[in-house]
Design a protein around this ligand. Structure first.
Ligand SMILES: N#Cc1c(N)n[nH]c1-c1ccc2c(Cl)cn(Cc3cccnc3)c2c1
Length: 255
């Protein structure tokens, strides 16, 4: 998979050099290219923003500079990798507080794409004509990572790239981890992870639940399922309400 990220703060993406994503880049599973948006300006101040039409607070990012940046990056294509044929154009992802919620399901969908281009805006956002221009000839998704307001799109892209990158073949050490993820479609859908424990068996008087030391895999699996359910009801009642009893029964039948 090829990932292009455009931002006026490319240094925000230093974390993509380390850990899972960094190793995937070294192995060639991920081809991550970070671009400084200001490289496509033509004035001495490298201006990327201007006042909003219709008035209002803050500044808006200019469409011309984004158009030149995205055109130049597309011209570098096509990208290979991912499922299916090489892509002549990227799927463009635009983080915005007003976007569709970014979910595990969307992460899985994006993990199958050969080429993603993340447009990281700042100020009050990117001139809407940019999304309209490229939406006419390729997939453009405006996505939000949650109901709070950040100062720009960079942190949201870090979240999305990690959620997507860990789903790529060979990135997670344990191939089962992603399958058992909370929020992943299937038996664990809408179920949060339960509590986890490791050695020592007693720490400051706190004991590990006995069932986990029993070696009885059926009892352990049921205990974990029950704990996941309990935590989901306590912390995310709206997810618990959406759990399909049929899914739970299927999960139990496998225990
Ligand atoms: N994804 C996501 C996401 C989220 N979950 N919170 N905030 C954001 C986010 C993403 C992109 C931008 C761009 Cl471009 C500018 N800002 C600042 C801003 C502040 C107030 C109103 N409008 C924009 C962004 C905030």
């Amino acid at each position: 998979m090829r990932l292009d990220i455009v931002s006026i703060f490319p240094e925000y993406f230093a974390p993509l050099d380390v850990s899972l994503i960094g190793k995937a880049r070294e192995r060639g599973t991920l081809d991550v290219r970070i671009h400084q948006l200001r490289d496509w300006t033509h004035d001495v101040h490298k201006t990327v923003d201007d006042t909003p039409y219709g008035g209002g607070p803050g500044m808006v990012m200019k469409p011309e500079v984004w158009g030149e940046a995205i055109d130049a990056i597309i011209a570098e294509g096509p990208a290979v990798g991912g499922v299916g044929a090489p892509a002549a154009t990227p799927r463009i992802i635009v983080p915005t507080p007003s976007g569709r919620p970014f979910t595990q399901e969307i992460a899985q969908e994006l993990a199958a794409e050969p080429w993603l281009l993340f447009a990281c805006g700042r100020y009050e956002g990117i001139d809407s004509r940019v999304m309209r221009e490229y939406g006419a000839r390729m997939r453009v998704d405006e996505l939000s990572i949650g109901d709070y307001v950040l100062a720009g799109g960079e942190v949201a892209v870090l979240v999305m790239v990690e959620a997507i990158g860990r789903l790529l073949p060979g990135v997670l050490g344990n191939v089962h981890s992603a399958v058992d993820d909370s929020f992943a479609p299937g038996a664990m859908r809408n179920l949060l992870e339960g509590p986890v424990y490791t050695k020592p068996p007693v720490w400051r008087g706190h004991e590990v639940p006995e069932v986990l030391l029993s070696g009885h895999h059926g009892k352990i699996a049921r205990w974990r399922r029950d704990e996941a359910l309990r935590r989901t009801v306590a912390n995310r009642p709206e997810l618990a309400a959406a759990i399909d009893p049929e899914t739970l029964d299927k999960h139990d039948r496998k225990l």
